[in-house]
Write a protein that binds this ligand. Structure first.
Ligand code: ATP
Ligand code: MG
Length: 585
């Protein structure tokens, strides 16, 4: 296969891909060598924040822009690596003054403002464990995560404090400090104006050397399949954050990189804070939420070269049509990638036609801490496939047997996606759920809970989450396959597919779709969509029913919650809805 002409490397210079030859890079790769790209600290110690900031300070990177912050209104604000290092030092000094010890938990509930980044990195510098929370969470999800993780300090803004924390946080036994960042008009009793307190602190701080296995991050999963789990990550993870950003997102320092994920989720931390900084790039941080026009303007005006986003955002842009995209100069873009949900082939093609570049899908989980499977710059894309394992990671597809698991070699057979342990950013536990953690492993393999297929060329194809897969008349049907076909219909903006119990077939397929502007639900349209599905998938796999919805339930990180579609359809309990988009704030 010859690589398609995907890469438009017109950033002013010709850039060679970081990973020019996948096979060769894979064969030569070792985690030890990847670690040597970082500075490390004496006696085998390391610290994520040291790699992200300190080690750049005696290099030209120090004066490069680390964060280009786009406030809701007004001009961009550039923060250099040196300035970010100093600000995070002030924060680390503040934690020290308050008596926080290494290992103590620090939660952060804030929207995307520069001091969120300084607080995250300052927390890591001081050896504390950082947990981001999504600022749109309501008090209940925040409270349950605080009770599980027992942080010693919470970093938030005055507004969020008053709206979501004031009524209960001060009575929470573990929480000794509430630190307010951003503009503070009047710090309520029991809170500290950290913005002001930081100005008193020294801009120097000796980053704590940590053991590679010391805890660094606690991330809650997205809650797509049930109650969110707290995944524990250690400082060693930075080796994977760094090298996967370099290989799978193709990040060299010359890039203007935009990761649209909120740091409330793992993507927004691993690839929205740590990886771009260890790689010395400039990252765009937008304070505002999704808005198609604003996003195109950012891509154009900030001359974004590498863009990391999610299928839900791509689907929303598709909904607005190609005209809006064409009104903007997007010629600086050279690499587009996507994560979080299966990326429909339709979205890959749309990227190619409308933006001039295809989207490169990659796959990973909160538990894996970093990208595990990816479509790389130098590899041909197979639309609909997640790509191939990153160098250093071995992935396989297995079937479960009475004895355990068995590798599947048949490219046509579906099984559970597993990863060979260990790798640096592998989670080291689920908080307070040891038994659940242990159950994620058989022998040397980590069981991902996702089903996949591996083709003759070693490309992995996502079938669905084990929980979402539909068993109908002896067929195993992955919702993704069906949804991707439904998305091919010009009217369909989003599709979610579930199985509903059926006496004869076991389960039958039911689809929920939302429509693009300009299309009205109706009998004829339904027949057309069903017809397309039947033609493309065959009657055994095609949905029997299609129901129109204004929007589909999804997590705040943009994942369609099929378990909710199913629970609502069948009148079952809804379970944990703390991460539901549009839920109570
Ligand atoms: P929970 O574990 O709480 O149910 P979650 O699994 O959605 O939530 P995350 O860790 O944020 O929480 O998401 C990881 C999951 O997202 C993967 O296991 C997979 O199901 C899905 N996913 C991520 N990237 C992709 C991708 N490129 N293609 C298909 N699925 C993906
Ligand atoms: Mg999960």
């Amino acid at each position: 296969m010859t690589p398609p002409p995907d890469q438009k490397r017109d950033t002013g210079k010709t850039l060679a891909p970081n990973l020019p030859d996948y096979e060769r890079a894979r064969a030569a790769f070792s985690w030890q060598q990847a670690r040597e790209e970082l500075a490390g600290m004496p006696d085998g110690k390391l610290n994520i924040a040291y790699e992200a900031l300190d080690r750049h300070l005696d290099t030209p990177t120090a004066d490069r822009t680390a964060i280009r912050f786009l406030p809701r209104e007004g001009p961009p604000v550039d923060i250099s690596y040196r300035e970010l290092a100093e600000r995070s030092n002030r924060f680390a000094n503040l934690l020290q003054e308050l008596g926080l010890q290494p290992g103590d938990g620090v939660y952060c509930l804030a929207h995307r403002i520069p001091d969120l980044y300084a607080a995250a990195l300052g927390t890591l510098k001081h050896g504390c464990v950082f947990t981001p929370l999504f600022s749109a969470f309501g008090p209940e999800p925040i409270r349950s995560r605080v009770e599980i993780g027992e942080p010693v300090a919470i970093v938030t803004t005055e507004r969020l404090y008053r709206r979501k924390l004031a009524e209960w946080i001060l009575e929470t036994p573990s929480v000794r400090h509430v630190l307010l960042i951003g503009d503070v008009a009047d710090a309520p009793d029991g809170t500290l104006d950290a913005d002001q307190a930081m100005t008193r602190q020294s801009a120097d701080y000796a980053t704590r050397p940590m053991n590679p296995e010391d805890r660094a991050l606690l991330h809650f999963t997205s809650g797509t399949t049930g109650k969110p789990k707290g995944a524990i990550h250690v400082h060693e993870a930075v080796v994977a954050h760094h090298i996967t950003g370099k290989h799978a997102l193709d990040l060299p320092p010359e890039d203007i990189y935009w990761c649209t994920a909120d740091p409330g989720w793992v993507t927004g931390t691993s690839y929205g804070i740590i990886s771009p900084l260890t790689n010395g790039t400039t990252m765009v941080v937008d304070e505002e939420e999704f808005d198609a026009e604003r996003w195109y303007r950012i891509l154009q005006d900030q001359r974004v070269t590498v863009w990391y986003t999610a299928p839900t955002a791509i689907r929303m842009l598709m909904k607005y049509g190609p005209e809006l995209a064409r009104q903007h100069d997007l010629s600086r873009l050279r690499f587009l990638s996507s994560v979080g949900e299966p990326l429909n082939p339709e979205s890959v093609h749309w990227g190619r036609h409308t933006l001039g570049l295809p989207f490169h899908d990659n796959w990973w989980q909160t538990e894996t801490g970093g990208i595990m499977i990816a479509n790389f710059t130098s590899m041909p894309i197979k639309p609909g496939s997640m790509g191939r394992p990153v160098p250093g990671v071995e992935a396989a597809v297995v079937r479960h047997t009475n004895e355990g698991i068995e590798l599947i070699n048949d490219p046509a057979e579906t099984g559970e996606l597993v990863l060979k342990t260990p790798w640096p950013s592998m989670f080291r536990g689920y908080l307070h759920e040891d038994e659940r953690y242990r159950k994620c492993f058989i022998g040397d393999w980590y069981l991902t809970g996702d089903l996949a297929r591996c083709d003759e060329d070693g490309y992995l194809w996502f079938i669905g989450r084990a929980d979402d897969v539909i068993k109908s008349s002896g067929h195993l049907i992955g919702p993704f396959e069906v949804e991707s076909v439904l998305m091919e219909h010009p009217s369909v903006a989003e599709a979610g597919v579930i199985g509903i119990p059926d006496e004869v077939a076991g389960e039958t397929v039911k689809a929920f779709v939302s429509l693009k502007p300009g299309f009205e639900p109706g009998e004829n349209l339904m027949k057309e969509i069903l017809g397309l599905a039947r033609k493309r998938l065959g009657p055994a796999v095609a949905p029997r029913q299609v129901e129109f919805r204004d929007r589909l339930p999804s997590t705040r990180s943009g994942k369609i919650m099929r378990r909710l579609l199913r629970a609502r359809e069948l009148g079952l309990p809804e379970g944990d809805t703390s991460t539901l988009e549009g839920g109570k704030e």
